[in-house]
Design a protein around this ligand. Structure first.
Ligand code: GLU
Length: 381
């Protein structure tokens, strides 16, 4: 048996790649060399039947170059405008580069809110499926122009992490401006040791150089590690490598020792739905439960029944994610509620028979069914 964990990379059919602003930007505009080289590499692999989706930053950086904007301190709305200006050139660069090989790039712009909503989330998955059927190469970016919160809080590493279940790749490759994850910041200590393999991204002493993101990029190494952590939870490996290595993707997929390889989790990988409940969607309300209900959920693996509910907060619809909290405020789980806020208030404290009577019709017995619930202890921060 081949003990080299990287040999599994040879079998990957579909790969999600993330490339950041820092390597795509020369300071005077898009780094077309990097884009062309990457597209050459991907097109040749595409000829061999491999499929790719590419999360690409660079819109704001390109807009900044086009408008010759100098310095930091650009207001949020101006950043959004710069993204609108730069995104067109960005996608054109990919379209042109792939067209040389007869391949088609497709633009997908996503906001955090699109992923929050289950229906929209699943719709995006259908779009990806259709794009792969058309043999197109999806180029994904955050929809910076409309997403205020997006610019403030997240980065494209996290976007890549969150769309893993939508793209359904067998590996994630994060291309950046360093050779991988180091034990110390290599800019401070040029002799810093590179970590070639991370077996358990949670327990491993990953003292990665959490370098500050550059003036254009937002992620830094910590957010790449976080993305790799999500990939690991979802059961796929990640390679964090330098975008400047020629044919980097081919080399990674040949199993060569390039960059840092992060192992997928061996046991208890999260399903797409559990990942969505735990990490992607945000709770729309809180259901406060008594000690008995908390013990049943935590210790017995049970659903949340109306009789255990003591208080309801927020404004949620049936199907929305809610946080389940103990009376002392400790969150113990998240899950999808079968009832609206109003109905949960009506049935709180009631037993099953009473619930049917109060509701006036047959309905779910559980406020949150176990199948739609993730207990916090299973949530690995
Ligand atoms: N979405 C931004 C852009 O295209 C960059 C996001 C990031 O650097 O993570 O310019």
């Amino acid at each position: 048996m081949d003990k080299n964990p990287r040999s599994t990379l040879k079998k990957c059919r579909r790969v999600l790649i993330k490339i950041g602003s820092k390597v795509l930007n020369t300071g005077k505009g898009l780094n077309n060399r990097v884009i062309d080289r990457l597209c050459d590499d991907l097109s040749l692999l595409r000829d061999q039947g491999k499929e790719f989706a590419l999360v690409s930053s660079g819109a704001i950086a390109e807009g900044t170059a086009i408008m010759r904007v100098k310095g930091n301190g650009v207001t949020l709305s101006k950043k959004q405008a710069l993204a609108a200006i730069g995104q067109g050139s960005l996608i054109r660069a990919y379209t042109d580069a792939f067209r040389r090989y007869g391949y088609t790039a497709a633009q997908i712009l996503i906001t955090r809110e699109d992923l929050d909503d289950r229906l929209r989330y699943l719709n995006i998955r259908n779009t990806f499926t259709a794009l792969f059927e058309y043999d197109a190469i999806p180029i994904i970016n955050e929809n910076d122009t409309v997403s205020v919160e997006e610019i403030k809080f997240t980065d494209n590493d996290m976007l890549a992490a969150m769309i893993i279940p939508l793209v359904e790749p067998q590996a994630l490759i994060v291309l950046t401006d360093t050779n991988g994850v180091y034990r110390e910041d290599p800019r401070v200590n040029p002799n810093a040791e590179i970590i070639r393999e991370i077996k358990d991204i949670r327990s491993e002493d990953v003292k990665a150089h959490s370098c500050e993101a550059g003036s254009m990029g937002r992620g830094g190494m910590q957010s790449k590690i976080k993305a790799a952590y999500h990939a690991s939870l979802l059961g796929i490996p990640t390679v964090i490598a330098s975008a400047y290595v020629p044919q980097v993707v081919s080399s990674v997929l040949e199993g060569k020792e390039i960059g840092t390889y992060v192992h997928p989790r061996k046991k208890g990988k999260l399903t797409q739905k559990d990942h969505w409940i735990s990490y992607v969607t945000r709770p729309k309300g809180r259901v406060v439960v008594d000690r008995g209900a908390a013990a049943m959920i935590l210790g017995q693996g049970k659903s949340l029944l109306p009789c255990g509910v003591v208080r309801v907060e927020g404004n949620f619809q049936a199907g929305d994610p809610v946080e389940i909290v103990e009376e002392d405020g400790r969150a113990i789980a998240v899950g999808l509620s079968n009832f609206t806020t109003e109905d949960t208030l009506k049935i709180k404290g009631a037993n099953t028979k009473e619930v049917f009577r109060i509701m006036g019709h047959e309905c779910d017995e559980e406020v949150v069914h176990r199948n739609n619930m993730i207990v916090k202890k299973e949530l690995l921060s």
